[in-house]
Each structure stands twice: as C-alpha cells, then as structure tokens.
Design a binder for this molecule. Structure first.
Ligand code: FE2
Ligand code: FE2
Length: 261
C-alpha cells in the first residue's frame, strides 16, 4: 500500500509490490478533501478476483470517495468486454481507464460510446470510439475529471498523437467548475511519465502511470501540488511475468516461437 499525504507532502506506509495508490489530494487544488483510490492494470481473472475480494473493504476502511482503475488487461490479459466492465463497476470501481489494449475486444465499443464511466486514451485518432475524458460526481458531491493517454516511447501497439499537446486540449475542454482532475499516463518509459507529471504539475490533481505492471517507488507531491507516481503496478498474480504465465513467457523468450501467454 502506498499513501500520498496532503499534509506533509511525503509518501508513507509504503509496502513494495502495491499495484495501487491512495491519494488525499492537495488542498490548494481541491477546496474540500477527497480521497481517490487508483488501481493499476487489472490483469485477467486473478486481477478481477483480488479487486472483487478486496476493494469494498478498502473503500470502507480507508474512507475512499472515488475509485479509478485501469482495466485494459481485464479480459484474459488483453482488452475489456462490456460484461467485465459492468462486473468491475459492481466491485466498486467508479471510472475505468484504458491503454494500448483498449480495443482488443470489439465488444466494448458500444459501451465506450455510451458510458461516462470509461475513457479511452485521449491521444488516439479523433474518430476512435469512446470519450477522451469524463467528469463524474463523487458521492460527496465533488466533480472529478478523468482522462488517460498513451505514451509514444517504446509503445507499438496503437499509434498515438503527442500526449503533451493532447493533455492541454483535454484540460481546455474540462468545464471550469471541475477542480479535481486525474490523469492516467499509460506508457512504457519512466522518462515520459515523469515528464508528463511535470507538464501537468499544478494543473491536474494527480498524474499516475500505468502499463508496465511493475510499481515504482517514486510517489510524491510535485512542486506545483500535483500527486504523482510513475507506475502503480498491476492488480494481478505476483508469480508471473507481468501477469502472464511465467512458463509460457519463458518458452517464448527462450525459443522465439509464437506462444499464447
Ligand atoms: Fe497493461
Ligand atoms: Fe498497456
């Protein structure tokens, strides 16, 4: 578990191998305290199971106002279906973000078009299915804007536009009444995620990284007041390679032969 405290601006309660971050957002960006729990990539059935089993108690015990989860790998490790979207919502996830596997299951497309509880990466083609950002209201009545973007460095699955310019565009489109904005920067390179944190410092309440499935130990409050971590890690099996079966990944890496993970 990793908690970012607004009071002292330091990280505390750090246990390696997290997969999620709880942020009590800086007062300067939010006129009333709000606690947002963010979950890194939920991977396959093990990821779904742990969220199903643990999330409700976490929300209750930590007095969480809102849960944001990246679920790009929730369907057998790649993509998301409408059924799984509704399932993860029923577990207590308020908003789903996605990544380079967003469209792996075409089944999700109608949901992307209709639900305000799921966003696709904002820096895709303009005609791509789904919304670039969403604004929802927490139980306590706080409006929260959420968007996600893809990095461009070492990311080959889905071509994407400049995430820095896209972030500016998304922020311009957010209604002025929205004071709490959370960005999921779905990217491979730490440098790109750290740079995005600084780019959005003071303009977003929180910028968290996803995609690598490995948590980083750099949670902090940036100079402008934005909560930041390079990567949350995943909700998935530890005894694996990034949530995939270790024997199959090893077979692929040692033989170069196509293998289903
Ligand atoms: Fe992922
Ligand atoms: Fe990804």
């Amino acid at each position: 578990m990793l908690r970012i405290s607004r009071c002292i601006g330091l990280t505390e309660d750090f246990t390696p191998g997290g997969g999620w971050v709880l942020s009590e957002l800086p007062f300067i960006l939010c006129p009333m305290p709000i606690r947002i729990l963010c979950l890194g990539d939920i991977v396959g059935r093990p990821g779904r199971k742990v969220v199903e089993q643990k999330l409700k108690a976490l929300v209750r015990d930590l007095k969480v106002d809102l849960v944001i989860a990246n679920a790009e790998n929730i369907a057998a490790g790649s993509g998301i279906t409408a059924n799984l979207f509704h399932k993860v919502r029923s577990y207590g996830v308020d908003v789903v973000t996605l990544g380079d596997h967003a469209f792996r299951k075409a089944d999700i497309v109608p949901t992307l078009q209709t639900s305000e509880r799921i966003v696709r990466p904002a820096n895709l083609a303009q005609q791509a299915a789904g919304r670039t950002h969403t604004v929802i209201t927490s139980d306590a009545g706080v409006q929260v804007g959420v968007f996600c973007m893809l990095g461009r460095i070492f990311m080959n699955n889905l071509p994407s536009d400049d995430p820095f310019a896209t972030a500016d565009k998304v922020l311009r489109q957010m209604p002025p009444s929205v004071k709490v904005i959370v960005c999921d920067m779905h990217a491979e390179a730490s440098s790109e995620k750290v740079a995005m944190g600084h780019w959005l410092d003071g303009r977003c309440s929180m910028v968290f990284g996803t995609h690598t499935h490995i948590p980083t130990a750099d949670a902090k409050i940036l100079a402008g007041g934005t909560a930041f971590i390079s990567d949350l890690g995943m909700c998935g099996p530890y005894d694996s390679v990034l949530g995939r079966r270790k024997d199959k990944v090893l077979r692929f890496m040692t033989t170069s032969m196509p293998t289903q993970f």
